[in-house]
Design a protein around this ligand. Structure first.
Ligand code: PEP
Ligand code: MN
Length: 352
């Protein structure tokens, strides 16, 4: 059940409603918006009449929510979630935010160069996996803590926020001092124990859609994190497995407006994993922004042909720069802003 309080409801009235909700067996999550307070009752009390709540002093409206994801549902925060990072970057606001960098952290030279290049094009986050979920156990598995240290160092040097994948519970503590945002990969979208633990931390999480997950399943997975009290969750459409084989996955652009309709959480599009092919990435990135994505996460490498993972879907720095310039035309057309190209940005270097 969602109880929207009247804009002028007193603290005493709010507390009264909270007490009534607890009394009948709800777990109450309170969110204080700029205009009104919303109380979300989570749980399944056997007997209650939503109309009784409508009558309580200070209540504007009480609605019984039948959707199984109460905290992730739009009704919990009708105005939408905006996540503010320590350097002031906001995700879910007016600005479309670019996250870019290599699939994997490979070396000091590679990640420092990649960071300079994506920053020069207007990215706000540096991505790069230090722990890599690979389909084959014989493939490169990531640099681990050494990779995390490099990410932190380059993040501090450039001012880019660091987003990187967490694969298991034991990595959470290790990662906390080095990163700005956890990424939960497609393969772990339904690792419920991991999601529960991420609900206890106070750092944002980007949750990727599983390769065969429905939107409802994605939202239910987000619910695990929110239920722990961590409300800073972004969702990510990264393509799903269909019968099509030309592309690595089928990028579900429709998931973007559907998620905006169903949920208040920001939605980020990943056209790199969504297509698996470098040539298709810019078109899907443009389409994602046109469809209302709050951000993009894109693989960019100083020399993609030499990347240890996902080279085929990784953009050259010049391609990323060109894409960002195209997005600077599209974003305003759909009522959004995007970072202007930094003035006096150094020419992105290209590694031969
Ligand atoms: C990645 O971002 O490099 C990655 C492994 O993504 P996904 O979990 O979407 O496959
Ligand atoms: Mn990748």
């Amino acid at each position: 059940m969602i109880v929207a309080m009247q804009p002028n409801a007193t603290e005493e009235q709010i507390q009264d409603v909270v007490a009534r909700m607890i009394e009948i067996g709800f777990n109450v999550h309170k969110t204080t918006g700029t205009v009104q307070t919303i109380l979300a009752g989570v749980g399944t009390p056997s007997q209650f009449d939503v109309k009784d709540f409508d009558e309580l002093a200070g209540v504007a409206e009480a609605v019984r929510i039948s959707s199984p994801y109460k905290l992730a549902g739009r009704g919990f925060r009708p105005e939408g979630t905006v996540i503010t990072f320590p350097n002031g970057v906001k995700v879910g606001g007016e600005e479309v935010v670019a996250m870019a960098g290599p699939c994997s952290v490979e070396s000091r030279e590679q990640i420092f160069l990649a960071a300079e290049q994506v920053k020069a094009a207007g990215a706000k986050f540096l991505r790069g996996g230090a722990y890599k979920p690979r389909s084959s156990p014989y493939s490169f598995q990531g640099m681990g803590v050494e990779g995390l240290k490099l990410l932190r160092e380059v993040g501090d040097k450039t001012g880019l926020l660091i987003i990187t994948e967490v694969m298991e519970i034991s990595q959470i503590e290790v990662m906390l001092p080095y990163i700005d945002c956890f990424q939960v990969g497609a393969r772990n979208m339904q690792n419920f124990n991991l999601l529960r633990e991420l609900g206890k931390v106070r750092k944002p999480v980007l949750l990727k859609r599983g390769i065969a997950a429905t939107i409802e399943e994605l939202l239910l997975s987000a619910e695990y994190i929110l239920a722990g009290g961590n409300y800073d969750v972004m969702l990510c459409e990264r393509g799903i497995r269909t019968y099509e084989t030309y592309t690595r996955n089928t990028m579900d652009i429709s998931a973007i407006p559907v998620i905006h309709h169903l949920s208040h959480l920001p939605i980020i599009a990943d056209p790199s994993h969504g297509t698996g092919k470098r040539a298709m990435v810019p078109a899907m990135a443009r389409a994602s922004v046109a469809a209302g994505a709050d951000g993009l996460i894109i693989e960019v490498h100083p020399n993609p042909d030499k990347a240890v993972s996902d080279g085929a879907q990784t953009l050259f720095p010049e391609q990323f720069e060109k894409l960002m310039n195209e997005l600077r035309i599209i974003a305003p057309a759909v009522g959004r802003t995007i970072a202007p190209a930094p003035v006096n940005a150094p020419e992105p270097a290209v590694v031969a």
